[in-house]
Structure formats: structure tokens, C-alpha cells
Design a protein. Structure first.
Length: 195
């Protein structure tokens, strides 16, 4: 019982560390696509904690049409490593690699959706608070959320000065997760268990 508690705690801590770093890498990728302010303190933080593994990878995997393939590769590699490690800690067996790959891809897509989802929510809240809307954090949040929000505003313009466009946008993001990536995750985990 005690060892099971330690194992569960280890699974929690390792999952938390992997997820945090993968989220930071995804944010870096999205900010590069939006040409975020390099001198923003949050941008500097993201660059400093991700440069060490990315610099050597960027020499091997150059960018392609504005996409930093080194970040994509590292995110996928870390997701696979996280899945393998957590699977082994929970089930004490080696999983089917194809299942782990499918589940890792599903988690990456779900994390990207989560970054957009929470960026949109934070951007909406910050738009209500003028002091926060001018902060360095707001600059990064808007850099991530603005492209999707502009697209949503184009489809659903403000009505009587009230912008409702974030609501259907958040619903679409959640539906994508539920309809596409949750089943993909379940399928991957089933494949992984069939060793």
C-alpha cells in the first residue's frame, strides 16, 4: 500500500514536470509563429528554459516554411518518453510502441488545444481589466489568442458592442478535443496495452 502511494506520487510528479516543459515548448512554437516580442520577460523565460535542448536539435533539424521542426520533434519525443515512463510505472510492462506513438500524438494535439483554449479565456478576462491588458503577460496571451479570435470575430462580428465570438470558438476547440483527440487517445492506449 505504501509503495503504491509512492508510485502514484512519482507518476504525478513526473507527469507534471513533463507536461509543464511540453506546454512551454508549445508556447514557444506558437510565439515564434506570431513573431512575439523577444524582449518580453516571459519570452526571455521561455527561451532560457528551452534553449539548452533545442540549440543542438536546431542544427540537425532546420526550420521548414517558418516551422521550427526541432521544437516539433522535441515535443513529440518528450510526449513519447512521458507515455513510456508513466505506462511502465503504472502497468510494469513494456507497451506496444505504435499505441504509445498514437497516444503521444493525441496528447500533443490536446495540449495545443489547451494552450489556445486558456489563452482565449485569459485574453477575454484581461480585456475587462485595463491594467492587466497592458502587461507583458497580456502581450504573449494576445499573440497566441489573437489569430483565432480575429477569425471568430470575422464569422461572428460584435453585436451591439458585445463580442460573443470567443464563446463559439471555445466550444469548437472543446469539440475538436472530444470528437477527434479523446478517441485517438483511447485507441492509442488500447493499442499500447496489446503488447
Amino acid at each position: 500500500m505504501f509503495l503504491e502511494g509512492i508510485n502514484n506520487g512519482l507518476v504525478f510528479i513526473l507527469g507534471l514536470l513533463f507536461d509543464f516543459y511540453i506546454f512551454v515548448l508549445i508556447i514557444r512554437f506558437l510565439l515564434q509563429k506570431r513573431y512575439a516580442n523577444y524582449f518580453n520577460p516571459f519570452t526571455q523565460f521561455i527561451l532560457k528554459i528551452t534553449n539548452l535542448p533545442l540549440k543542438p536539435l536546431q542544427k540537425i533539424l532546420p526550420g521548414f516554411k517558418g516551422f521550427d521542426l526541432a521544437i516539433v520533434f522535441l515535443v513529440l519525443l518528450l510526449s513519447i518518453a512521458e507515455m513510456l515512463l508513466l505506462f511502465y510505472l503504472q502497468y510494469h510492462s513494456t507497451p506496444n510502441f505504435l499505441g504509445i506513438l498514437v497516444a503521444a500524438l493525441a496528447t500533443v494535439f490536446e495540449k495545443v488545444i489547451s494552450v489556445y483554449f486558456f489563452s482565449i479565456i485569459v485574453a477575454v478576462v484581461m480585456s475587462w481589466l485595463p491594467n492587466l491588458a497592458q502587461s507583458p503577460l497580456a502581450e504573449l496571451v494576445y499573440a497566441i489568442a489573437r489569430p483565432l479570435m480575429n477569425w471568430a470575430r470575422y464569422l461572428l462580428p460584435p453585436i451591439g458592442g458585445i463580442d460573443l465570438s470567443p464563446i463559439p470558438l471555445l466550444i469548437v476547440l472543446k469539440l475538436l478535443e472530444i470528437v477527434l483527440f479523446d478517441p485517438m487517445m483511447v485507441w492509442g492506449l488500447k493499442l499500447a496495452l496489446n503488447t
